[in-house]
Design a protein around this ligand. Structure first.
Ligand SMILES: C[S@@+](CC[C@H](N)C(=O)[O-])C[C@H]1O[C@@H](n2cnc3c(N)ncnc32)[C@H](O)[C@@H]1O
Length: 266
């Protein structure tokens, strides 16, 4: 297609939040969007995350007829050792990795037959700690795209629902952050703090600063192997650290999210 023709016929893209693993999380809007797609691009992050790719396949099988779509796995570019980087090096590393991913996706999308709609299946909701929207925006700077984003159930919402809690106190804030930032950011004024991406359960180091905190913790939320725990942080944290290691050994991977709630909420 000529550049002018491509610009007047942008490639259709759907960024679809699929929830955290259960087909029951997939919304009616997401199902409609899944059905519009001809090809799904799925990042292959290596063996450990195979199960996450498998869940995406199952969701397609559950809602789509055989032969109506294709799944293309895209090997993720190498990513540097985040844990050893300071904040600036971390940011530069992530930017370079996003650019490499955008180049790879742009190349694949360009090679697809004209008129095919491309889907990205995003774990949870695309608005929380997920790079897909940013990467698709970067691809759109390389070739014309028309993108629609479909909201999904986030691990944050599933955590709260499974524990049957409201995250905020009345009129109070909720702070969402990562394990990497937790210790630097935490203060009692934050209200409830929801922590994602914390492979080290760094909240262990808050026991002295927040002796009255309660932790609501959930692993594999929405999946058959879901595990929930709740209790005073000081009382349950050692058991949680052990449990997390056991679960990772048993399943080969673990994803967990937790909320630290002040006494007014617990
Ligand atoms: C890259 S972020 C993606 C978040 C996702 N976009 C969402 O809305 O849930 C990955 C983090 O989300 C959380 N997470 C995702 N799925 C989860 C699940 N099924 N159970 C527990 N935590 C989960 C974990 O904290 C994990 O480290």
């Amino acid at each position: 297609m000529s550049t002018a023709a491509a610009e007047s016929n942008p490639r259709e893209v759907r960024v679809i939040g699929i929830g955290t693993g259960s087909p029951a999380h997939v919304t009616g809007q997401a199902i409609a969007a899944l059905r519009e797609c001809d090809v799904f691009l799925v990042a292959d992050k290596g063996e450990v995350k195979d199960e996450l790719v498998a869940v995406r396949r199952l969701i397609c099988e559950e809602f789509l007829d055989d032969g109506t779509y294709r799944i293309v796995t895209v090997t993720d570019p190498e990513r540097g050792p985040d844990a050893e980087r300071d904040r600036t090096a971390y940011r530069t590393g992530v930017d370079a990795w996003h650019a490499a991913r955008a180049d790879r996706y742009a190349e694949i999308i360009e090679s697809l037959p004209t008129g095919e709609t491309v889907g990205f299946l995003v774990w949870g909701d695309p608005a929380f700690y997920d790079s897909t929207i940013r990467i698709v925006d970067a691809v759109a700077r390389r070739l014309p795209l028309r993108t629609q984003v479909i909201a999904g159930l986030s691990a944050i919402q599933v955590l709260a629902a499974e524990h049957g809690i409201v995250l905020n106190g009345i009129g109070q804030p909720v702070h969402i952050t990562t394990g990497r930032r937790l210790l630097g950011e935490w203060s009692p004024e934050l209200g409830t703090v929801v922590v994602m991406l914390d492979g080290a359960l760094r909240c262990r180091e808050l026991v002295e600063r927040g002796p009255e905190l309660t932790i609501h913790w959930g692993a594999y939320l929405g999946l058959p192997q879901q595990v929930l725990r709740v209790g005073p942080l000081a009382d349950v944290i050692d058991e949680l650290v052990e449990l997390r290691t056991q679960l990772r050994d048993e399943h080969g991977w673990v994803m967990d999210t937790y909320a630290l709630t002040p006494p007014s909420l617990a």
